[in-house]
Design a protein around this ligand. Structure first.
Ligand SMILES: [Zn+2]
Length: 294
């Protein structure tokens, strides 16, 4: 399993930014690549888990963040299969036929959209399941268009990272809730309540950090992977990415020497090694960003 590493450094004026950028580029030269661990998708085990799973609503999701939202809304009433295994780079993922078998007997299929899963249309065309409800969970959110050439190449026309935004997460969870209500209307109240509880948690965190971010003058931070555009939009912040640093680890020792602060941020694209859930990961992300701006 791996987490994509990110750096956040405080920016103090243009000169300092240039200096830091130089230093970071220097650090880049000694970067080590994070190994990807491929984990076989063990769908059979999930299917055979136990008899009670048979009565649950079968939900197939593309990657970890979608699993988190589906679990927050569906809780005990859903049985979730994740197509992209934890530890796999989700942006480059191409499913094999066996990865899509779970879609044939699923009730709901949840994907992020905004180009995150470029393979979805093709996959849905190949699936033989007429009653499957496909949920593009980003639907209704405003997409941020990529303008930077590197970003266009890596992530496509739109920035896909909507889930690393509390507001984005709320919309994605709502779309999932609507789909669950559609396929399992007898449990409508259950899904509505779970969704409302989750949305309340997200709103509470948003309000707390919105107040905090308003107290800081410096609104810019540097990240190794430009995954925070939606989070920045929520809070009026600005991310500066050093794209060369994608999938890399930065030497903390060197960073200390140049006075930069290096932190690992949760992308939530894979499950956290410490089993932290979405809410915990987002709180840690926001704390790290806030502390770097103070
Ligand atoms: Zn990403």
């Amino acid at each position: 399993m791996f987490l994509i590493g990110f750096t956040i450094v405080p920016l103090v004026g243009d000169k300092m930014f240039k200096k830091l950028t130089k230093c970071i580029l220097l650090i880049c030269t000694i970067l080590t690549f994070t190994a990807l661990t491929f984990v076989a998708c063990d769908t059979k085990k999930v299917e055979n888990d136990n008899a009670s799973a048979q009565s649950k609503i079968k939900v197939v999701v593309t990657f970890n963040a979608m699993r988190e939202f589906a679990a927050a809304v569906g809780k005990d009433k859903v049985d979730i299969v994740t197509i992209i295994p934890d530890g796999t780079e989700p942006h480059d993922f191409e499913p094999k036929t066996k990865d899509l078998e779970s879609l044939n007997n699923a009730k709901v299929f949840v994907y992020n959209g905004f180009g995150m899963e470029a393979w979805v249309d093709k996959a849905l065309g190949a699936v033989d399941n007429k009653s499957l409800v496909a949920v593009e969970s980003s639907k209704g959110s405003d997409a941020i268009e990529n303008t930077d050439a590197g970003e266009l190449e890596e992530h496509g026309q739109y920035d896909p990272h909507l889930w690393i935004s509390l507001k984005g997460a709320e919309n994605e969870a709502k779309n999932i809730k609507d789909a669950l209500v559609k396929v399992d209307s007898s449990n409508k109240d259950y899904y509505e309540k779970n969704y409302n509880d989750f949305a309340t948690q997200l709103d509470t965190i948003y309000d707390e950090y919105n107040k905090k971010f308003q107290t800081v003058i410096n609104k810019s931070f540097v990240t190794g992977h430009a995954a925070f555009a939606y989070l920045c939009r929520d809070f009026g912040l600005e991310q500066n990415s050093v794209e060369d640093m994608v999938r890399t680890k930065v030497s903390e020792t060197l960073a200390k020497e140049v006075g930069a602060k290096v932190e690992k941020i949760h992308t939530i694209e894979s499950a956290d090694d410490d089993d932290k859930d979405y809410i915990q990961c987002m709180k840690e992300n926001l704390d790290m960003i806030y502390n770097s701006l103070k």
